[in-house]
Structures are given as structure tokens and as C-alpha cells.
Design a binder for this molecule. Structure first.
Ligand SMILES: [Zn+2]
Length: 438
């Protein structure tokens, strides 16, 4: 805690009062305008009090992004997205969305009939990872390097991840962070921390739905606006993604591939995200970690490494990662980000970043090199890329007062999301995944 240094000046006191009244929560006079300042906060209540980051507030106010936590669609004013979508049409196979919305959005495919031959390589059906559509690379479900764990965490950025990220930094451990676009817009400084700490960022969609249930345009928009949001906030554009709940088929893969995104899945599910659902307990999660550790000790990964699904979804999932880190480190020879495990030395579309190769990483070079300073929220004048859509009529007719746009609706929907309400609905269908570690 650094509270002792808070009230050293009248200015700090004033800003504290403003922050308290404006954001209603227990926010103190922490610096919540920079990545470095935000990273200092370790009290979850303070971390998860909302703040305003001007570039995001301005972009949302200008309708440059879909509403957060809703299924993304291509905005009528977004000619760049429309042009990109048109340009990839020939690469999208004629495979229909699966199931019937809204049930299928949360994984209920119970009334959907599907051939047992698995024509679409639908992971949710049988964990298929080798596409049947020509021209698509296989999903990454294991890693090629022996005795190696591909290390990553889904569903961030979590607003209270600082203690966990501190732990990773203290261990000089990098990971792949699969970020949800809506979380990035809600917690931009937390997203920036992944770049500052040299973690690798991949896409985990805009609204975290079952992707095979969406239309082509929705699938595209879920990818596209997450990539745009991560770019706006962190300055980088990912080249990899992980499907929420693993729900991917060749249609979704093809759209991801056309956008330059590699599909990363997993071999084992820790089930850390499912505690409290379908009688999954903390002890089950412990057992899954311990099984993975035993397999590593038994030489299961002597010829090729593996990937286990783990999350920064909540404090339990993060504390499990901390709890078992030392044992994983002892059982595996190497624990590395996915891009390192596969020698993807250019992690982002922006070519001035370089991820260490596997050999470089295990020799001690763990940080991503290159890139410039992180974007800042200080001057709202330099929002960067085109707001050329402003001239089109309609959507922006109401006032453009950007101050109060950081609304509470995001917090409300996020609360239900973090409470696993959405994920729980999918548990019945994907229940067989529990067998993977049995
Ligand atoms: Zn997820």
C-alpha cells in the first residue's frame, strides 16, 4: 500500500475529492491516468472502481465501436470495416451459423442437429483442431517444444489483476493474455500493462459469445473491433485469437484467418472458470493442475509440450495460477507464451515489435523488444485514426459531451458476466470437456 504518499499536496486532495464524488466508489488519489500509476493499485476495490480514459470515452461517444458486451456488428458508418468485410467474402465457406439464437449465444445447441462426420471441424462437437477446409492451418492445441507449457490466461484484462501481474513480473514470467474487447474498453490501463510487462496479447472476441452461433458479419465484427480496440488502447494489433469456450468451426476459422489471426485452443481445461457450476469445486481445479503436473513429471510431454486453459477471470482463477506456479515450473522444463513456443517472433501487425524466439527466451531474453511508448489518455486531441465517419448523418446526432459517457451500464453487464451468468448457460453442452483430465 502506498497510501502514505497520497495526500502530500493540496492538488492531490482536490483530485481525490473530485474522484470520490465523480466515481462514487472508494477511489483515492491514485494516478489513474497512466499505466504506471494504475499498476501501483493493489486493492481490488480501488482497482475495480471505474475511471475514464479519454481516447476510449471519445471513441465510444463517436460510435466508432459497437456497444460493449453486446454482439458486435459492422457499424453503418464504418466504411473501413465494410470494405475489409467485402474483401474477404471469397474466403468464407458456405457453412451456416449453428443453433438458434439467443440460446446458442451461450452454448445451448441442444436442438441443433449436426452430422457425426463433423464436416465443419467443430471443436465444441469433438475437439477437432485440424480444419477440413483447405487452406486453413491447424489450431494450436499443443506446443512443439518438449517439456514445455504454453502459458496463457483468458478473459482479461481483469480490473483486479495487478497482484497477479506483479507475481508474474517477480518471476520474470511472460504469458499470452487473451483479452476480451469489451474488457479492454472498460479497463484500458490494465490492458496496457500487458504490453508494459512484455506479455503477448491475443484476441478473445468482443462480447465472448459462442462464435459458431453468429452470422458471418457478427463473427467478423467480433474480431475486427477487438483488434481495433486493442490497437487504440495499447498501440498493437494482435495476430492470434482464442475462441470463447473453444467454440470454433471452419467458417469461424476462415474469417479469423482472413483477418490474420491464428487460432489457439488448448489440450486440457483446468476448469478454473467453472467453479460453482455443475458441481465443479476448487478441489477439482486443484486436481486438474496436479494431474497436469503429474503428467509432466511422468514424461508425457517428453516429445511435445502442451497447453492448459486457465483464466484471469476472477481472483480465484488467478490465485490458483499463483498457487501452482512453482510446481509447474519444477515439473516443466520451460513455461513460455504461445508465440514464443511457436517462434512467432513478430507478435503484432506492427512490425516494430519483436517477440523472442524459443531459444532466445530460454536463454534469458524474455521481453518483447521494439515499439514506442504506450498511448496516453492525457491529450484528447490526438485520437489518431480517422474519425472521418463523423460527417455521415444519424448516429451522432445527439450531444457529443464526452465527459460522462463512461457509464455504469458496462459495470452492470460486466458484473453479471464476471458472475459467470453467461458462461454458466453453456456448461451443460460443453460438459464433456470435463473428461479431458479424467
Ligand atoms: Zn473466455
Amino acid at each position: 500500500m502506498r497510501l502514505s504518499s497520497l495526500f502530500t499536496s493540496q492538488a492531490a486532495v482536490s483530485s481525490a475529492l473530485i474522484a470520490t464524488t465523480f466515481f462514487t466508489s472508494s477511489a483515492k488519489a491514485q494516478d489513474r491516468t497512466t499505466e504506471q500509476g494504475e499498476a501501483q493499485i493493489t486493492d481490488p476495490g480501488q482497482e475495480c472502481a471505474q475511471y475514464s480514459y479519454p481516447p476510449v470515452a471519445a471513441a465510444l461517444a463517436a460510435n466508432e465501436f459497437p456497444p460493449i458486451w453486446t454482439v458486435a456488428t459492422i457499424l453503418s458508418s464504418d466504411t473501413n470495416a465494410q470494405a475489409k468485410y467485402q474483401s474477404i467474402q471469397s474466403q468464407i465457406p458456405n457453412i451456416q451459423p449453428k443453433g438458434t439464437q439467443p440460446a446458442s449465444l451461450t452454448g445451448d445447441f441442444s436442438n441443433f442437429t449436426y452430422p457425426s462426420s463433423d464436416p465443419d471441424c467443430w471443436w465444441t462437437y469433438d475437439q477437432c483442431t485440424t480444419p477440413k477446409l483447405a487452406g486453413l492451418p491447424p489450431d494450436l492445441a499443443v506446443v512443439p517444444e518438449p517439456d514445455t507449457l504454453g502459458y496463457g490466461f483468458d478473459d482479461g484484462p481483469n480490473c483486479s489483476h495487478n497482484v497477479f501481474y506483479d507475481f508474474l513480473s517477480q518471476n520474470n514470467q511472460k504469458a499470452t493474455m487473451f483479452y476480451i474487447g469489451s474488457n479492454v474498453m472498460d479497463w484500458p490501463l490494465e490492458a496496457q500493462r500487458a504490453v508494459a510487462d512484455s506479455h503477448e496479447i491475443c484476441v478473445h472476441t468482443w462480447s465472448h459469445r459462442y462464435m459458431t452461433s453468429l452470422t458471418n458479419e457478427e463473427v467478423f465484427a467480433e474480431f475486427y473491433y477487438t483488434m481495433q480496440g486493442i490497437k487504440l488502447v495499447t498501440g498493437v494489433t494482435p495476430t492470434c485469437w482464442r475462441p470463447p469456450s473453444g467454440d470454433v468451426d471452419d467458417r469461424v476459422r476462415a474469417i479469423a484467418h482472413a483477418l490474420g489471426l491464428r487460432t489457439i485452443i488448448w489440450k486440457y481445461d483446468s476448469n478454473d472458470w467453472r467453479v460453482g457450476i455443475n458441481n465443479i469445486t476448487a478441489a477439482n481445479v486443484d486436481q486438474n493442475y496436479e494431474d497436469l503436473i503429474s503428467r509432466a513429471q511422468n514424461g508425457t510431454y517428453a516429445t511435445a509440450g502442451t497447453i492448459m486453459l486457465t483464466h484471469e477471470l476472477n481472483n480465484f482463477t488467478m490465485s490458483e495460477a499463483v498457487k501452482f506456479y512453482a510446481q509447474l515450473k519444477a515439473a516443466f522444463k520451460y513455461i513460455v507464451p504461445m508465440g514464443v513456443a511457436t517462434n512467432q517472433t513478430q507478435p503484432y501487425v506492427e512490425t516494430n515489435y519483436s517477440l523472442p524466439s524459443f531459444e532466445q527466451y530460454i536463454s534469458g531474453t524474455t521481453t518483447i523488444s521494439g515499439g514506442g511508448p504506450l498511448p496516453t489518455g492525457g491529450s484528447s486531441g490526438s485520437t489518431g485514426s480517422g474519425s472521418s465517419s463523423g460527417t455521415s448523418s444519424g448516429t451522432s446526432s445527439s450531444g457529443t459531451s464526452s465527459g460522462g459517457t463512461k457509464s455504469s451500464t458496462g459495470a452492470a453487464s460486466r458484473a453479471s458476466f464476471d458472475g459467470l451468468g453467461m458462461l454458466a448457460a453453456g456448461a451443460a453442452f460443453v460438459g464433456f470437456a470435463v473428461k479431458l483430465l479424467a
